[in-house]
Ligand binder design. Structure first.
Ligand code: C2E
Ligand code: CA
Ligand code: CA
Length: 625
């Protein structure tokens, strides 16, 4: 049921409920008003002429209109058709079968009139009352008194009828109210997209599960499931398809938990409760009571990762998601619902920052998660308050020693003067959706600075800017690049975009297409941190790149570590064969530079020449050469 539909249903129910209540109040009103002189009807079945004459007169004074049939033998028929409020009938009158007429009337289920029996003596009174007569009167008939009692009988009848109707109206109202309450309860407890319990319901179930574990001395596992690229998928595909993906993931998780064995690792049967819930737009929660030991949890973990790594087909597209699972156990990791869930979530975020996989909660997870949350919060403010800036590190030609480019590197100086390293906040920016804004900022800043330097006479062939995988996969990045180049009237080949091999070029993502699109604009592309990822050489040939930047970890060992030295020289040779410019990162001493020169490496950057400095200091350094 969609949200809109359930809202409409809720509204319809509420209208019905109001109607029903209104009906009810009308009915209740009738009960109260039953004592007014509403005209009524009566049938008088009497042979006694006095009664036939005076009865109707007195009855009419009590607002009862009496019908006095001349032949009482078909009285039953008459009462059935005219449905009088009250029937007066002499006990002595009998029908064709010899049975007293009052008895026939009392026995007929469809006769609702109040029967008042006119008797001749105590025997008749007892018989009439026993048969269920509403009232009796004895000879000589006092019609004035009888009329008054008839009036009471009528009021009573009307009240009873109203009450019966009110009961029906009341039960109708109650039923509608209950349905409405149930709908509301289910809306409050279940997430409309996936149909799974929502967070508040999940918390409630966790609380119950924990109580059950207290009794059974068992363990309860909470697993929070998130994804590394889900935000990107939503942005790229739209909410409707993201909803479909969420529903599918919910089903996969439910399936996995349904298949958890009902026996523990010792083979004995255990009673397990498994729950899958939707925590928010990006996360799911799983609960497993009597979760068992490490072995069983490891099995579950593998089962979940396997199931979630299967590609999802949506609207003709294949979506690969990388799942991140965080697990916390009750009672070891936390004794309360909120902290248990929080700890599982922290573990999930830890897995997220490692690019996916499964993570058990541990105390360090908390500290790291708390710091991340703080950074995320501060980064929002930093972007608004212009606390971010760019520092520039020269890239130097190995052969000539001249600066041939500058790499722009993000710097975040907080108002108190403390600096947060980009290695730390870039990751947070990527996870929190702030990277697009941050990336656009540094690209614009670097291009603006590059043009300003040209005007100041510092003419560099190009400026290098780092690009995050989040930007690259957003789909809109090529347009952004084009817009910024146009805004600064820059030639595309004056801009080199650095794309890290780590995590981006691992073949997981469909980045080749994106790189080609960027290349078609005319910008230069380089592979950053080369040697830290898993890109196969064959894959490298497919990429429209112009340069390779050898990660500084290899340069660090280029003199003392034979393996590093061999790899670095192989990389340089490979780059040359592929006709790529090769740049060494993190050159800190002359020995390293000398080795690079020998290997015919094209360019380098590192503390040996200069750290990353602010724009003005860069100009000073550039003018010195
Ligand atoms: P990176 O792109 O590999 O940047 C080079 C890093 O090495 C810089 O660190 C630089 O200061 C440091 N470095 C340069 N020379 C030496 C040296 O001789 N020795 C040592 N030990 N380090 C050296 P930084 O500025 O802290 O940046 C770290 C990383 O943060 C960057 O690595 C890059 O991955 C990321 N980053 C920085 N700015 C941006 C940005 O604007 N966008 C994106 N997406 N990532 C950025
Ligand atoms: Ca870089
Ligand atoms: Ca690098």
């Amino acid at each position: 049921m969609t949200d809109a539909a359930s809202k409409t249903d809720g509204a319809a129910e509420s209208i019905e409920f109001t109607k029903s209540l209104r009906k009810l109040s009308i009915k209740v009103g009738t009960v109260d008003d039953a004592f007014d002189e509403t005209p009524g009807t009566a049938v008088v079945l009497c042979r006694d002429s006095g009664s036939r004459k005076w009865g109707p007169k007195w009855l009419s004074q009590a607002a009862l209109q009496a019908n006095v049939p001349s032949d009482p033998s078909n009285a039953l028929e008459l009462v059935r058709t005219t449905r009088p409020d009250v029937v007066f009938v002499e006990a002595v009158l009998v029908g064709s079968g010899g049975e007293p007429i009052y008895k026939m009337l009392l026995d007929a289920a469809d006769v609702t009139s109040k029967i008042i029996v006119l008797c001749n003596g105590s025997r008749e009174i007892s018989a009439a009352l026993e048969a269920g007569a509403f009232d009796v009167a004895c000879k000589p008939y006092e019609w004035q008194a009888i009329s008054h009692r008839a009036r009471l009988a009528m009021r009573l009848k009307s009240s009873q009828e109203s009450l019966a109707e009110s009961t029906v109206a009341l039960s109708e109202a109650l039923e509608i109210a209950n349905t409405a309450r149930a709908t509301l309860r289910s809306q409050q407890s279940f997430e409309p997209v996936t149909g799974l319990p929502n967070k508040s319901k999940f918390v409630d179930l966790l609380r119950r599960g924990m109580r059950a574990m207290d009794k059974d001395s068992g363990k309860l596992a909470v697993i929070v499931v998130g994804f590394t690229r889900f935000r990107l998928v939503i942005e790229a595909m739209g909410q409707e398809q993201a909803d479909q993906i969420l529903t599918e993931i919910g089903q996969t998780l439910s399936e996995c938990l349904r298949n958890t064995p009902h026996s523990n690792s010792y083979g004995s049967q255990v009673l397990r409760t498994a729950v899958v819930a939707t925590l928010d737009q990006f996360r799911f929660g799983l609960m497993l009571t009597n979760s068992g030991g490490e072995e069983e949890l490891a099995q579950l973990q593998q089962q979940l990762l396997d199931a979630l790594s299967r590609p999802i087909q949506i609207a003709g597209q294949t979506v690969h998601l990388s799942a991140c699972l965080g697990l916390a156990l009750y009672p070891e990791d936390a004794g309360e619902v909120d902290s248990l869930l929080q700890r599982a979530d922290n573990a999930m975020r830890d897995a997220q920052s490692r690019g996916g996989g499964f993570k058990y909660y541990c105390a360090e997870t908390d500290a790291a998660a708390a710091r991340k949350l703080r950074i995320e919060h501060l980064l929002h403010e930093a972007l608004d308050r212009d606390e971010l800036s760019a520092a520039y590190q020269p890239i130097v030609d190995v052969a000539t020693g001249k600066i041939i480019a500058a790499e722009a590197l993000l710097r975040w100086r907080q108002p108190d003067g403390s600096v947060i390293a980009p290695d730390e906040f870039v990751e947070v920016a990527e996870e929190s959706g702030l990277m697009i804004r941050t990336g656009e900022f540094i690209l614009d800043e670097a291009c603006e600075r590059f043009c300003a330097w040209q005007e100041q006479g510092v003419r560099l062939p190009m400026i290098c800017v780092n690009v995050s995988k989040v930007q690259l996969l957003s789909g809109a990045f090529p347009r952004t690049v084009q817009r910024i180049l146009e805004a600064h009237k820059m030639r595309p080949d004056q801009l080199e975009l650095e794309i890290s091999e780590r995590g981006v070029l691992s073949g997981d993502y469909d980045v080749i297409k994106q790189l080609h699109e960027l290349k078609s604009i005319g910008v230069r592309l380089s592979i950053d941190d080369f040697g830290t990822g898993e890109s196969a050489i064959a894959y490298l040939k497919e990429l429209p790149v112009d340069a390779l930047k050898i990660d500084r970890s290899y340069i660090a060992g280029i003199i003392d570590d034979r393996k590093d030295a061999a790899i670095a020289s192989a990389m340089i040779a490979l780059a040359q064969r592929l006709e790529l410019t090769v740049i060494a990162e993190g050159v800190e001493n002359e020995a390293q530079l000398a080795r690079l020169r020998k290997l015919r490496c094209d360019a380098y950057q590192g503390f040996l020449f200069s750290q990353a400095v602010d724009a003005d200091a860069f100009v000073v350094r550039a003018r010195q050469q």
